[in-house]
Design a protein around this ligand. Structure first.
Ligand code: BG6
Ligand code: MG
Length: 212
């Protein structure tokens, strides 16, 4: 293994809750219920695809123009949440693990669908741990397509087979496999069962646990 590629939302920072709150505000306005379980389906997928899934859940039809407006409105609310983010919102155990990865001489990249990646990295103070950032502004195909992880490997100059991906979304685990990479799922084995290893979070996690 030569590199670690990290998803951002829900893996390094607790921004998944802000995505949920912002989508829920839209669902409330449209008059339907949107639960945290429903929200699992939105994890890892692009903003527009997330909106389409949300509208399908609510049984709401919108024109392309209305969809653009709704996605922009959701993003405005989401950005108002993340612009107040601090390094305190880095998830438990993450910084210790990133320090170990860097000390071991491995390369690091972000592999996130989010177009808000630069704002989050800056607010959370995460940039110092990363050699490269591949995000939603650089790719056109959403996870489970491997594009964002292949971009991360390319930016690092590392062969995809020598990369391990850390992901909290089912679509992200599939994207890692589609890229020819191994995946560590962060969260529940129920949703992330296809990953080579599933851990609840990074607390106490060490590089030596990657035995696959
Ligand atoms: C992913 C999230 O990281 O980014 C998704 O898991 C989100 O829920 C996607 O829809 C796109 O994010 P953004 O910030 O560009 O709307
Ligand atoms: Mg995620």
């Amino acid at each position: 293994m030569k590199a670690c590629i990290f998803d951002l939302d829900g893996v390094l920072v607790d921004s998944a809750k802000y995505h949920y709150l912002a989508w829920k505000a839209l669902a409330d306005k449209l008059g339907f219920e949107f639960t945290e379980k429903d929200n699992e389906r939105l994890k890892g997928v692009s903003r527009m695809k997330s909106l389409e899934i949300l509208l399908e859940i609510g049984g709401v039809l919108m024109s392309d123009e209305e969809k653009e407006k709704a996605a922009t409105e959701k993003n405005g609310l989401y950005r108002s949440f993340i612009s107040k983010m601090t390094p305190d919102e880095i998830l438990p155990g993450v910084e210790d693990f990133l320090k170990e990865v860097k000390a071991a001489g491995l390369k690091t990249s972000i592999g996130s669908a989010s177009k808000n990646t630069p704002l989050i990295m800056e607010r959370a103070g995460l940039s110092k741990y990363f050699d490269a950032v591949a995000d939603g502004t650089m790719v056109s195909k959403a996870k489970p397509d491997p594009e964002v992880f292949l971009k991360g490997a390319e930016l690092l100059g590392v062969d995809p087979k020598d990369c391990v991906v850390f992901e909290d979304a089912e679509a992200g685990v599939e994207a890692a496999h589609n890229a020819g990479m191994k995946a560590v799922g962060i969260g529940s084995p129920t949703t992330l069962g296809k990953a080579e290893l599933v851990i609840p979070n990074f607390v106490g996690f060490k590089l030596s646990y990657l035995t696959f």
